[in-house]
Design a protein around this ligand. Structure first.
Ligand code: DQA
Length: 148
């Protein structure tokens, strides 16, 4: 099983940016946790962070015919990007939307997720553990289905 984990703008600043909202764990901690979870499950994973919307679209397109699942935190582009929604629809790969914070309890402009209609599952407010849950969901659906 192959999955891609995609992270949008400012997520490379985890641990530095607004720790009261996003916590003190760093992007390196996120990478470590995701890689360890995938290793445990025998999943091949590639993790990408970019501040650019177009790069996220390109990375989603690159999954076509190659990845069995996508985990994506589009960060601020969640609330603005039709292009990312279209890319997820275009590739037709099972996708899980993850947000570190509980966006439902935040500003009005964060209440819209353009990608939500194209994803199978949305996980919010669980910090880095949300990524691990997303991986477990995809593994349970298409992989060996090892449960914790
Ligand atoms: C976020 C929530 C978004 O509203 C915000 O723009 C982010 C991070 C989260 O992980 O909680 O950059 O996606």
């Amino acid at each position: 099983m192959v999955i891609k984990v995609l992270n949008g703008p400012n997520l490379n600043f985890l641990g530095i940016r607004e720790p009261n909202i996003y916590g003190k764990k760093t992007y390196a901690d996120l990478l470590r946790a995701v890689r360890a979870e995938c290793k445990k499950r025998g999943i091949r994973v590639s993790v990408v962070q970019t501040n650019e919307e177009g790069k996220l679209v390109t990375e989603i397109q690159k999954c076509y015919g190659k990845a069995d699942g996508i985990v994506i935190n589009p960060a601020a582009y969640t609330h603005t990007s039709v292009a990312i929604l279209d890319a997820i629809k275009a590739v037709g790969i099972p996708t899980v939307e993850v947000h570190l914070s509980d966006v439902s309890k935040r500003e009005d402009f964060r209440q819209i997720s353009y990608i939500r209609q194209a994803v199978e599952l949305t996980i919010t407010g669980k910090g880095i553990d949300g990524y691990l849950e997303a991986i477990a969901y995809l593994d349970g659906k298409y992989g060996k289905g090892k449960t914790k």
